[in-house]
Design a protein around this ligand. Sequence first.
Ligand code: FES
Ligand code: FE
Length: 290
Amino acid sequence: MAKRGMREGLLWPKLREYWHPVAFAEDADGGPLAVTLLDERVAVCRIGGQVRAFRDLCVHRGTPISLGWVEGESVVCAYHGWSYNAEGKCTRIPSIPPEHPIPKKACLETYRVREKYGLVWVLLGEERTPIPDYPVFEDPDFEELYRKKLVQKCSAARATENFIDQGHFPWVHEGILGSRENARVPDAEIERDGEDLRFWLDTYADTLHPVPHRRNYRLTRPFTIYQWKEEADGKTEVYLNVSTPNTAGECTRFMIIARNYQSDRPEGAKREQLTDTVMAQDLVIIENQR
Ligand code: FES
Ligand code: FE
């Protein structure tokens, strides 16, 4: 019998062709930061103001470069102090005389990396599609009220399905999102648009969003969801929810929430706490599904 998770891994060659967020931009400031993307260990750091992503492997003796540190315009390996520049080229081997040439092959493997929406996105393979759009990021009308990441012991596909699953709200999030007295899922309109699946439904008020509203979703292949909850008067709350596949059985969820209105609804710490509660409630289910 196939080992659990093996079939997921068959998707890796295709998933390498998509950009995945691996960190928030500020996480790259110290560094190098070790992340895992599609079973690949990647070191992310900022050199000369630019974010860089390397295969997390010093070519000298195979030490993770993430154990090292950034010094000036270089990243330095913790084992024998080899320095690599922003392009991954080794520029210094402290144990040999300075006039001794540095082997041309002494390079860290680099990956394409981009900073967008305050996230660090990495592409391991050929680019199939651009980074998904987050249209309100620079819109001055929208204020960000939540930005967090969470490591989840489940596949990215499982986590993505959970975010768009409408029927679980009254059961898993009773009292916050939906009510068991009214567990019917409203009908949804759905359309396919290239890499995107768009759907929307009109829904009831709940604690998290105490005004009837339209829930709009744009699911961009493979694991990016952009959701906007729109009220009749234009008040809109948006979510960017991306699940990054670390391994077949683990993903990192990046979640950003913003909205274009002030209100006396659950605000600040309480709002953050409610969102954390919803995420924790989902975690119990998605980490245990088979
Ligand atoms: Fe990196 Fe030796 S293993 S410098
Ligand atoms: Fe949920």
